[in-house]
Design a binder for this molecule. Sequence first.
Ligand SMILES: Cc1cc2nc3c(=O)[nH]c(=O)nc-3n(C[C@H](O)[C@H](O)[C@H](O)COP(=O)(O)OP(=O)(O)OC[C@H]3O[C@@H](n4cnc5c(N)ncnc54)[C@H](O)[C@@H]3O)c2cc1C
Length: 306
Amino acid sequence: MLRSVILAASRSSQVERLVATAPYTRDVVRRFVAGAATDDALRATRGLVDDGLAVTLDHLGEDTVRPEQATATRDEYLKLLRMLGAAGLTPAAEVSVKLSALGQKFDEQLAYDNARAICAAADAAGTTVTLDMEDHTTTDSTLEVLSRLRKDFPSTGAVLQAYLRRTESDCRELSSAGSRVRLCKGAYKEPESVAYQSAREVDKSYVRCMNILMSGDGYPMLATHDPRMIAIGEDRARWFDRGPERFEFQMLYGIRPDEQARLAGEGYTVRTYVPYGDEWYGYLMRRLAERPANLVFFGRALISKK
Ligand SMILES: Cc1cc2nc3c(=O)[nH]c(=O)nc-3n(C[C@H](O)[C@H](O)[C@H](O)COP(=O)(O)OP(=O)(O)OC[C@H]3O[C@@H](n4cnc5c(N)ncnc54)[C@H](O)[C@@H]3O)c2cc1C
C-alpha cells in the first residue's frame, strides 16, 4: 500500500516540486546519488574501484519527451565514456542506460540510434553497456532494441525483473553464451495481470530465474540487497562452479556498502550501480518505496527547519 502511494508520487510533478524544495532533500539525495556532474561520477567510481569494486554508471533521467533532451543524454554518455577511458577506469566501469531517456517513448528508432552510439563509444573505451528495464509497457521494445544492438555489440546487457510473470521465459531466451543479464526484483508499480504482487511470490520467481541463469551459458548479474537471495546466489555459484569471472553480484550506491565490501573481500565480483546527475527524483522515490526505513529518514529531512 505504502509502496504504491510512493510509486504513484514518483510520477507527480507537484510532489516533485515539494520534495525538491524541502531544506534537507540534498542530504537524502547525497546518500544515494554520487553528485550532479560527470566529475562527481568519476570521483565516486575511482573510490569504489580502489576499494576492489566494479561499477556501472547511470546518468539520471527518464521519460524524455523531446529529441533534444534525448540527444543531450546521449552526448553526456559519450563524454562520460571518453573520461572513463582516459582515466583508465574501463573495463572496471561500464554504463547503464535507460532507453526512455534516449527517446523510446516517442521514437524507438531514435532511442536505438542513440543507444548504438553509446555502445560504439563504450566499445572504443574498452567497456560495455547494460540497458536498464523500465515499466512493463517498455519490455518488448527494450528487448527488441537489445537484440538489434547485440548484432554489432554482443556484450550489451539487459535487465530482467523477477516480478514480471513473463521473466522466467525471458531468462531462458537470454541464458545463452555471451548474454549478460542483470536479474533484479523490479521497481515499478505493475498490475496483477503482468506482475506478481506479494514479496513471497516475487522472491520465489527471483530464485527460479536465478536457477535458469546460473545453470545456463550466459553471464548472470545478480542485482539484489536481499540477504536470502545473496545466500542462494552464493550457493548456486558453488553448485554450478561459477567463479568470479563467470557471474557477479550488483548493488546500488549507498545501499549495504558493508555487504558489498564483504562479498568483494570473499573474492566475488561485486558491481556498484552509481547514479549521477540532476534528475534524481524518480530514482530517489523508487528507493524510498523499497524501504520504509529510508522513508523515516526522508520524512525527518522534509520537515526539518534547520
Ligand atoms: C544494480 C541494480 C540495478 C537495478 N536496475 C533495475 C532496473 O533496471 N529496473 C528495475 O525495475 N529495477 C532495478 N533495480 C531495483 C530492483 O528492481 C529492486 O527494486 C531493488 O534492488 C530492491 O530489491 P532487493 O532485491 O534489493 O530486495 P528488497 O525486497 O527491496 O529487500 C529485501 C531485503 O534486502 C535488505 N535490504 C534492502 N535494502 C536495504 C537497505 N537499504 N539497507 C539494508 N538492507 C536492505 C533487507 O534485508 C530487505 O528485507 C536495480 C537494482 C540493483 C541493485
